[in-house]
Design a protein around this ligand. Structure first.
Ligand SMILES: Nc1ncnc2c1ncn2[C@@H]1O[C@H](COP(=O)(O)OP(=O)(O)OP(=O)(O)O)[C@@H](O)[C@H]1O
Ligand SMILES: [Mg+2]
Length: 424
């Protein structure tokens, strides 16, 4: 059966000729609707009468959200650009169009790309293309030479509800990694209301992640733009502040978050994400699969990260929450293998030797080893909160700071200074 295709290439000089040729010859493609703009294309996609869309880079108001909605409606997308227009091809890829062809490709080649897009495969089926997996199609490089895929490592700091200390760990790890010489970007990705700006004493009016996501959605985010949106806290630490208001979560669409992370990998050797606790997939709760999903940003961040830390509290209630959260994570993202970090370790809430008891409880209930223990150190955290500064600045000799520094060295893959190691 012929593939039913929508086109949205109006205005391009080659439109009629191409659409005619596609339809006329036996390429196994039928153009069911020629759309004049994004609104008509989305309306056509919602009818369920087509499996693919062919659109041009010049299509007005085309953004990442449009591509995500087409994908959610089961419409695979192929982009066309003027021959040699690499920036336009790059922009389409940033918007989530994995298959981009020059407009002078033969109708047979275009029909083949449409069929491949519908069949899925590398580079397809995601709402934002990973430039590293995009197919090098028909003479256009998957990634222009001047924009190599970023090599920076992404660490997502996550954990169950109950304020186990995700923000404290994310801020501490980022600050310590930067002090150990690693260029670091700290991103407040908490869709339930970020507080990193407040913790670090920064003005929360800064545009931060919302602006970065907007630019990624429009295909205009690059390394200089991301650097402009981030605060420079000290020479090697940049901070992308979070949503100033929790009700602005729809701005953090999953596709846009992927786009921000792709640029973050280019900007910094280490990106640390302060994530929300909630993994519930709102899509399952809604019939509208194109509706914004509050937890989509968290799921995207955890899936994209190279390392996921699961921060747990160190009392029986917190431990049980972590065991449940780990089971939930395994269910929704089975390939993610989080490292458990037990925070606020202290004598009292757990009988006996808390370190030993907690380690064996995790082994018993999750089969997982605890990767790091961070001591409770209220005096140090309170001093830091009161000053809007990091532990390294206000409590450099504290036990919590020392433990965070060791964790940061491990995550950034750099040695700790010798005297610190000896003291430990
Ligand atoms: N190791 C620690 N010792 C003492 N206090 C700590 C420690 N870690 C975190 N805290 C304190 O616990 C409180 C909650 O920590 P934090 O804000 O980092 O948690 P969270 O998991 O990010 O919470 P939220 O759900 O609000 O995002 C803060 O007041 C923080 O200073
Ligand atoms: Mg937090």
């Amino acid at each position: 059966m012929a593939l039913h295709v929508f086109t949205a290439v109006t205005g391009a000089a080659w439109e009629s000729e191409l659409v005619g040729a596609l339809d006329r010859d036996d390429h196994g493609v039928t153009v069911v609707r020629r759309c004049v703009d994004v609104a008509e294309l989305l309306a056509a996609a919602a009818t369920g009468t087509g499996q693919a869309a062919l659109l041009s880079a010049e299509l007005r108001r085309l953004d990442g959200a449009t591509v995500a909605r087409l994908t959610a409606a089961g419409v695979a997308v192929v982009g066309l650009v003027e021959p040699g227009d690499d920036p336009a091809a790059q922009r389409l890829r940033q918007l989530g169009v994995a298959r981009v062809l020059p407009a002078d490709s033969s109708p047979g080649q275009i029909a083949g790309a449409l069929r491949d897009a519908v069949a899925g495969g590398p580079g397809g089926g995601r709402d934002l293309a990973d430039p590293r997996t995009a197919l090098p199609v028909l003479g256009l490089p998957a990634e222009p030479a001047e924009r190599p895929a970023g090599r920076g490592r992404v660490v997502a700091v996550w954990g169950p509800t109950g304020a186990p200390g995700r923000t404290t760990v994310a801020v501490g790890v980022a600050d310590e990694a930067a002090r150990l010489g690693t260029s670091t970007l700290l991103v407040d990705a908490d869709v339930y209301g970020g507080v990193v700006a407040q913790v670090l004493g920064l003005l929360d009016e800064s545009p931060g992640i919302a602006a970065a996501a907007r630019q990624a959605g429009a295909g205009t985010l690059d390394v200089p733009a991301l650097a402009r949106l981030a605060w420079s806290v000290h020479p090697r630490l940049r901070v992308l502040t979070g949503l100033a208001r929790a009700d602005r979560w729809p701005e953090l669409r999953p596709g846009a978050v992927s786009g921000v992370l792709a640029e973050a990998r280019r900007l910094a050797a280490l990106t640390v994400l302060d994530c929300s606790f909630n993994l519930e997939d709102d899509e399952e709760l809604s019939f509208d699969t194109a509706a914004p999903r509050r937890n989509g940003a968290t799921l995207t961040a955890l899936e994209a990260a190279d390392v996921v830390l699961c921060v747990s509290g160190a009392d029986p209630v917190a431990l049980q929450r972590t065991v449940r959260a780990l089971a939930e994570l395994r269910e929704v993202l089975p390939t993610v293998e989080p490292l458990v970090v037990v925070n606020q370790l202290r004598r009292g809430p757990v009988p006996g030797d808390p370190r030993q008891e907690i380690a064996s409880a995790f082994e018993r209930f999750t089969g997982q080893q605890v990767r790091a223990f961070l001591p409770a150190d209220r005096r140090a955290t309170d001093t830091a909160l009161a000053a809007g500064r990091t532990l390294a600045e206000v409590a450099p000799g504290s036990v919590l700071r020392t433990a965070l520094r060791a964790l940061a060295a491990e995550l950034a893959d750099v040695p700790e200074p010798a005297h610190r190691r000896r003291r430990r």
